[in-house]
Design a protein around this ligand. Structure first.
Ligand SMILES: [Zn+2]
Length: 530
């Protein structure tokens, strides 16, 4: 052992450490053959998006997706296939129809879709449109007694900003070079205090406004889509928790239909709308959510050690959750299928997790990591408890399970369907030469870059936060952040099949090599912040 360390150090000094990380090129060839010439990744993506459809957490379709992915894992011969329950997510919700029509002055159909977890209209309703602008709790008083039987237009018009760049984007040498620069962070403490305050105020305002609109007897509320160009970008409203006020039917409307309504009202014209939203909660009481889990068991003395790959199976409700994130799910499932197909017999156990509740704040992955590996103590102060984990004050030392030491690494994919161009090392410099070696056989398909920087906001953070190595790949953006992210355009048509094949090959190879290397993935120092 000592001898080996000395040798590696010596080579690192000579600048040759990269060459020491072994790569099984025979296995990589077999993985590439299966991934590129015998792919099932689009069959998986098609079923998830076009047969099942959107997969809002705890909706009936999410349940279908859990069952179908389980059946696929069984069919492919994976072990320990099961749904992993995480507690107290809330109620399921679904919608089947939504329409908004302008009945006068002019007549026009208007494009809008409901926010998840808001009630339906219980048949078509008609009413006069009034503009409501509530920015603080004090603003509520101005409207008391005036909103009964009205349709509410929330907020202001937004000036149209013409795009200056192409809609779709792939990395080039310059942009990949740019990713390799690391920005030393400013102190986060002041920023966190500000974010906590804003979060708490926003929660309080939303709750108060939901209750107020319902008390007033307003018919429905319409807000502006957060993107232009006819795109409906909409997430959740109301409340998924049983017993909390869900407010009134609420929809997001395309900017190009919303802005004219604002101008008409400001010009003193009367506008009458008919709104019909067929939406329903599918549970009376809160229910747990479910992650779907499966494994290729390890063999020999490292069998109890764990390598994980994953992506979130849940989605928003207006598209079919294709790029966000059936793409990632199809890739992770395909990587497991490939490893079985090529007869891989890993030493560590390779486990795949298809998370749920990601879109509501990494709920499924965080709960899983807390139960299986490590967690900071739950806060006792109700105000702290109400905050998402990223905003909480420190609660004490990390509590670790025995599996914490048996865990090696987690790889995630959740930036759309664009091909893998490399990986973010999350400031884990010791992992970088390992990744560089593993990427080498994929330089010819565009995956070359290992960046020191962090990338955030999805399920690998649940691992990273407790000091476990969790990584996400650098991907080509395509039109993820211009057209599809959380929009009704997030459909099959925006997915690139060859990119998914490439990604599945790389993920399968990374998982295999992580499961076979002598040592688990090196860990960076844990910052005991929470
Ligand atoms: Zn996502």
């Amino acid at each position: 052992m000592l001898k080996r360390c000395v040798m590696v150090a010596g080579l690192a000094f000579a600048g040759l450490a990269v060459a020491r990380e072994p790569v099984d090129l025979d296995m990589v060839s077999r993985i590439r053959q299966e991934a590129f010439h015998n792919s099932q990744v689009m069959a998986t993506l098609s079923h998830l998006t076009e047969t099942i459809g959107p997969r809002l957490t705890n909706s009936p379709q999410m349940g279908e997706a859990n069952a179908w992915t389980r059946a696929k894992f069984e069919e492919w011969g994976l072990a320990n296939v099961h749904d992993d329950a995480f507690a107290d997510f809330g109620r399921g919700w679904e919608f089947s129809a939504a329409s908004v029509e302008m009945l006068g002055g002019r007549v026009q159909p208007l494009h809008a879709l409901p926010k998840a977890w808001t009630p339906g209209t219980d048949g078509p309703v008609e009413g006069e449109l009034v503009k409501v602008d509530i920015k603080t709790l004090a603003d509520i008083g101005k409207y008391r007694g005036t909103l009964g039987g009205k349709v509410l237009l929330l907020g202001e018009a937004r000036e149209y900003k013409r795009g200056t760049e192409a809609d779709s984007h792939r990395h080039d040498a310059t942009s990949l070079e740019g990713l390799q620069q690391f920005t030393v962070p400013k102190s986060a403490a002041a920023d966190r205090a500000k974010r906590v305050k804003e979060y708490a105020e926003r929660q309080e305002l939303t709750r108060a406004v939901n209750a107020f609109f319902a008390e007033e007897g307003a018919l429905a509320a319409i807000s502006i889509s957060s993107w232009d160009n006819g795109i409906i970008r909409v997430a959740g409203g109301g409340s998924r928790k049983a017993g909390e006020p869900v407010g009134i039917p609420e929809l997001a409307m395309i900017a190009e239909h919303f802005n004219p309504l604002v101008r008409a009202l400001e010009a003193g014209q009367a506008v009458r709308l008919r709104v019909n939203v067929d939406a329903r909660f599918t549970d009376e009481a809160d229910r747990p959510g479910y992650n779907t889990i499966a494994e290729i068991p390890g063999r020999g003395r490292k069998a109890a050690e764990i390598v994980m790959i994953g992506a979130h199976l849940d989605s928003w409700h207006t598209g079919t959750g294709a790029a966000d994130n059936a793409a990632g799910v199809a890739v992770m499932m395909e990587a497991m299928r490939i490893l079985k197909a090529v007869g891989a017999r890993p030493e560590r156990t390779i486990r795949v997790a298809l998370w749920s509740g990601e879109e509501q704040g990494l709920v499924g992955s965080q709960d899983y990591v807390a139960r299986r590996f490590a967690a900071y103590p739950e806060p006792t102060d109700p105000a702290q408890k109400a905050l998402p984990a990223s905003l909480r004050e420190p609660t004490g030392p990390l509590r670790r399970t025995p599996d914490y030491e048996r865990f090696s690494v987690y790889f995630n994919m959740d930036n759309g369907s664009g091909r893998i161009r490399g990986i973010y090392a999350q400031e884990n410099l010791a992992a970088m030469p390992i990744f560089k070696a593993w990427l080498e056989p994929f330089h010819d398909v565009g995956a070359t870059t290992v960046a020191t920087r962090n990338t955030g906001s999805t399920d690998h953070i649940a691992f990273d936060r407790v000091g476990l190595p969790g990584f996400q790949f650098i991907q080509d953006r395509l039109d993820y952040f211009t057209n599809v992210h959380h929009t009704h355009l997030d459909t099959w048509d925006h997915v690139e099949p060859e990119d998914l094949k490439q990604a599945a090959a790389i993920v399968a190879s990374f998982a295999y090599h992580a499961a076979m290397r002598d040592e688990p993935m090196p860990r960076k120092a844990l910052l005991e912040r929470r």
